[in-house]
Ligand binder design. Structure first.
Ligand code: SF4
Ligand code: SF4
Length: 511
């Protein structure tokens, strides 16, 4: 059973809120932030788990119920039954999606298996990127050697991935497999090869190079608190880092960092309904079912009002509505004077900023893994909505930049609650604290009560505005300013915090 399914609660009889159970990922975000507490939770069954023994070896597997899409919870449940004192072999799903991550997360070693073909090489590259994001050591087995070329070997050499075993392309092996038999039973010469492989992937030499990637997300309950200026200042202090501007609705880190755009990619975040007038009989069904009033009297769809829900597409009796993907924005990989940066721009009136935030955070991790950088500094979006939830999942820690105002206190409390819900360590610093010392104390007291670590105060200093106008960090603008000194102290405290120095295996709990 899997919990946390948000469902419609009582209290709003005039409005129907649709919850698509199969799409709900049980993140609990709506449950947490609904101001009316109108979201209830109930358990639902996702599938079955079976357990048995074969020749003294314990065996566990799961089966997802038909129509269910939530694979990670069932994988996590299966893994929860394994005995930590025994060696566990996990047969992971293919690909690089969430189920694969759920299967690999916290493993001691990943054995990648591929074949020496262009498809094998392509899939291997994706798998290696994923493994590097997780920071788990890996080795490679090349199966069906002889059917393709040497490109997989060359790639492995270039990427420093040990090839632990090669299995030749052999019809006899394929026949054994087709009968459901095991190669080690039918071809005894393979027994020792597999034993060797097993010894090798436990060899500490292959476990070198484990990367402990950290991500600090800087957040504020609302815009204008100085969050971006503080992120830019941190960027100038951090070493071996990748920057990620996740404030995709109003990105402005680039204004200070003046990035050199190296790659530009389209973000396709949703769909838009388009009526084909040649097929439309003007029956009016789409107008009736569209809850967003997006179908005009002229039987055209207003792209601004269309939420891309697809209901009209499904219900049009003439199949007269196309549903193309829309380009909702761009994302970029750039160079800055402090290190590489991943950033994005959501198109005007476009939805799905949460998706775009997730995308650029993933790309920032890939970039960090590729360049052996072990820190990501993410400038998060303001507020506590969907983009913020997307910006903190799996983060190592968050830093809330609060202002000493009544709303600053309220905002910090809400962001802190969100962090607690996702089990992410939270810190707070108070910017412009001397504008209202009493409110500063109130924020610090509340933070302590809520388990949020107070890492410092920053004086109200016009140097921040001066720096922003000149597209500089506070240190570049005035390296002796009081505010600059305080930012430096906060940075040192962030780096010293035990939560921020937790091992990577603890960081990745939230997949
Ligand atoms: S439901 Fe289909 S056929 Fe009917 S008005 Fe809409 S687009 Fe036209
Ligand atoms: S896709 Fe959804 S929002 Fe867009 S026109 Fe159709 S029913 Fe309305």
């Amino acid at each position: 059973m899997h919990g946390d399914l948000p469902v419609r609660g009582p209290g709003r009889p005039q409005k129907n809120v649709l919850v698509f159970e199969n799409l709900c990922h049980s993140c609990g975000g709506c449950f947490e932030i609904c101001p009316e507490n109108a979201v209830l939770e109930k358990e639902r069954s996702l599938g079955d788990i079976e357990h048995g023994t074969v020749n003294g070896i314990s065996f566990i597997h799961g089966r997802l119920s038909i129509g269910q899409v939530m694979v990670p919870p069932i994988i996590k449940k299966i893994r929860s039954y394994t005995d930590p004192n025994m060696i566990t072999l996990i047969d992971a799903p293919p690909g690089t999606s969430c189920p694969v991550i759920a299967a690999m997360n916290k493993a001691d070693f990943i054995l990648l298996v591929t074949e020496p073909t262009p498809f094998g090489l392509h899939d291997l590259k994706l798998a290696v990127e994923t493994v590097r994001i997780l920071g788990i050591p890996c080795g490679l087995v090349i199966n069906r050697v002889g059917i393709g070329n040497d490109a997989v070997n060359q790639y492995a050499k270039k990427e420093n991935i040990p090839v632990l075993m090669e299995i030749p392309f052999d019809k006899k092996i394929a026949q054994i497999y087709s009968r459901g038999e095991m190669i080690v039973d039918k071809m005894p010469e393979y027994k020792n090869k597999f034993l060797d492989l097993f010894k090798k992937d436990r060899d500490p030499r292959w476990k070198k190079g484990r990367q402990e990637m950290r991500e600090l997300v800087i957040l504020s309950g609302k815009g204008g608190t100085g969050k971006t200026s503080i992120t830019a200042a941190f960027a100038s202090l951090a070493e071996n880092m990748v920057l990620c501007d996740a404030d995709v609705d109003a990105a402005d880190l680039h204004l200070i960092l003046n990035p050199d755009f190296k790659e530009t990619m389209e973000f396709k975040g949703g769909h838009e309904a388009v009526i084909n007038p040649d097929l439309c009989t003007q029956c009016g069904r789409c107008m009736e079912v569209c809850r967003f009033g997006a179908v005009k009297d002229s039987f055209e769809i207003d792209p601004i009002d269309c939420e891309g829900c697809g209901v009209c597409v499904d219900l049009c009796p003439e199949k007269a509505i196309d549903f193309p993907q829309t380009v909702s924005g761009q994302w970029y990989i750039s160079g800055t004077r402090f290190g590489p940066m991943v950033h994005a721009r959501l198109g005007i009136a476009q939805e799905n900023s949460g998706k775009l935030v997730s995308l650029i955070r993933t790309e920032a991790k890939k970039l960090a893994a590729k360049n052996n950088r072990d820190l990501i500094l993410t400038d998060g979006p303001p507020g506590i909505g969907c983009p913020v939830i997307a910006s903190i999942g799996q983060a190592t820690a968050i830093l809330i930049v609060a202002e000493p105002t009544v709303s600053g206190l309220h905002d910090m409390e809400r962001v802190g609650r969100l962090a607690r819900h996702f089990n992410i360590p939270a810190m707070v610093c108070i910017n412009k604290y001397d504008l209202n010392p009493e409110q500063t104390e109130a924020i610090e007291a509340l933070a302590q009560k809520a388990g949020i670590t107070v890492v410092g105060r920053i004086t109200f200093d016009p140097a921040f505005t001066g720096a922003m106008i000149q597209a500089k960090t506070i240190f570049e603008f005035n390296h002796t300013s009081q505010a600059g000194k305080e930012v430096r102290q906060i940075w040192d405290r962030v780096l010293a915090l035990p939560a921020f120095n937790a091992p990577v295996t603890q960081i990745l709990n939230h997949i």
